[in-house]
Write a protein that binds this ligand. Structure first.
Ligand SMILES: NC(=O)c1ccc[n+]([C@@H]2O[C@H](COP(=O)([O-])OP(=O)(O)OC[C@H]3O[C@@H](n4cnc5c(N)ncnc54)[C@H](O)[C@@H]3O)[C@@H](O)[C@H]2O)c1
Length: 261
C-alpha cells in the first residue's frame, strides 16, 4: 500500500508579510516551489530572489494599512496563501515590561501588532471570498498566546515578562477562531502557529538569548531543545498546502511540548 501526501505549494500565489528571523526561512522554503511570491515588509529582506516581488509596507501606519494593503492585492492579485510573520512595535517596546509598563506604549503596541494582524487578515479573507479563492491564511502566534509567561524563567534575567505580548498573541488566537468560523463555508482556512522560543535572537530584539534563560526554559521543554526556524517554516508550508485542507481555526503549538506541562 502506498499513499501520497500533497505538501506542494506549486502554482500558488503567495503574499508574505514580514521576512525576519522566521519569515526569511519561510521565504527560502517557498522559493523551492513554483510559486509567485510578493514580500511586504518595512525592510527589504537579504535573501530575496530575483523573481520575488517586494513592496515596502509599514504595519504601524494604522490610518493607511487597510487602503495600502487593498492596493497591494489589487496589483499583485488575490493570493492563495497569506502569511503574516511580522513583528510591528514602537521604539519603546522594551519598556512594556510587566513591572514598569508604560500604559501608552502598551496600548500603542497592542494596536500596532494585534490591530494590524486583525485588519489585514480580514481584508485578505474578504478578497479571497470575492475572488472565489479557497485560500490559506497563516498567522505567527506564540506559546504565550496559549500559556502565561512563567515568572521563574524571567527572575534575574535581562529580558522581562511583558504585558502586551500575551494579550496580542491571545488575541490572534481569537482572531483565528473567529475568521475560520465565518470563512470556512467559502473554503478559506485560517490557522496560527504557536511557536516556542527560537534558538538565537530573543524574539523582537537584536540581542541573543542568554544561556541562563535558555537553560531554565529548556527544563520546561519535553524535547529539551529550542525551536529552529526550520521547525516553524515546515508548519507554515504544511498549512499552506493541500495536505492540511481539513485544518482550520487552530492555534497549533510548535513548541517541543512546552505548552503541555
Ligand atoms: N523568534 C521567536 O522566538 C518567536 C517565538 C514565538 C513567536 N514569534 C512570532 O513570530 C513572528 C516573527 O518573529 P521573528 O522572530 O521572525 O521576528 P523578527 O523581528 O526577526 O522579524 C519580524 C519582521 O517583521 C518586520 N516588521 C517589523 N515591523 C514592521 C512594520 N511596522 N511593518 C511591516 N513589517 C515590520 C521586520 O522588518 C522583520 O522582517 C512574530 O509575530 C513573533 O511574535 C517569534
Amino acid at each position: 500500500m502506498s499513499f501520497k501526501v500533497n505538501t506542494s505549494l506549486d502554482g500558488k500565489k503567495v503574499i508574505l508579510l514580514g521576512a525576519g528571523q522566521i519569515g526569511a526561512k519561510v521565504l527560502d522554503y517557498i522559493n523551492e516551489f513554483d510559486t509567485e511570491v510578493l514580500i511586504i515588509d518595512i525592510d527589504k529582506p537579504g535573501n530575496i530572489k530575483e523573481d520575488n516581488q517586494f513592496e515596502h509596507f509599514d504595519c504601524t501606519k494604522l490610518d493607511k494599512i487597510a487602503s495600502t494593503f487593498e492596493n497591494v492585492i489589487l496589483e499583485f492579485g488575490v493570493p492563495d496563501f497569506f502569511i503574516n510573520a511580522s513583528y510591528p512595535k514602537n521604539s519603546n517596546w522594551a519598556n512594556c515590561d510587566f513591572d514598569n509598563q508604560n500604559s501608552l506604549d502598551t496600548i500603542e503596541n497592542i494596536n500596532f501588532h494585534l490591530g494590524s494582524y486583525t485588519v489585514l487578515s480580514k481584508i485578505v479573507c474578504e478578497k479571497m471570498k470575492s475572488a472565489d479563492v479557497s485560500g490559506s491564511v497563516v498567522l505567527l502566534n506564540s506559546i504565550y498566546g496559549i500559556v502565561a509567561q512563567d515568572e521563574e524563567l524571567y527572575a534575574e534575567e535581562k529580558i522581562n515578562m511583558s504585558v502586551p505580548y500575551p494579550v496580542i498573541k491571545s488575541g490572534i488566537g481569537g482572531l483565528t477562531r473567529q475568521l475560520s468560523s465565518y470563512y470556512g463555508k467559502y473554503g478559506i482556512r485560517i490557522n496560527s502557529i504557536c511557536s516556542g522560543g527560537i534558538k538565537g535572537k530573543v524574539s523582537g530584539s537584536e540581542a541573543d538569548m542568554d544561556n541562563s534563560f535558555a537553560e531554565k526554559y529548556l527544563k520546561k521543554v519535553p524535547l529539551r531543545r529550542m525551536a529552529t526556524t526550520d521547525d516553524i517554516a515546515n508548519m507554515v508550508c504544511f498549512l499552506g498546502s493541500d495536505a492540511s485542507s481539513y485544518i482550520t481555526g487552530q492555534n497549533i503549538p510548535v513548541d517541543g511540548g512546552y505548552s503541555v506541562i
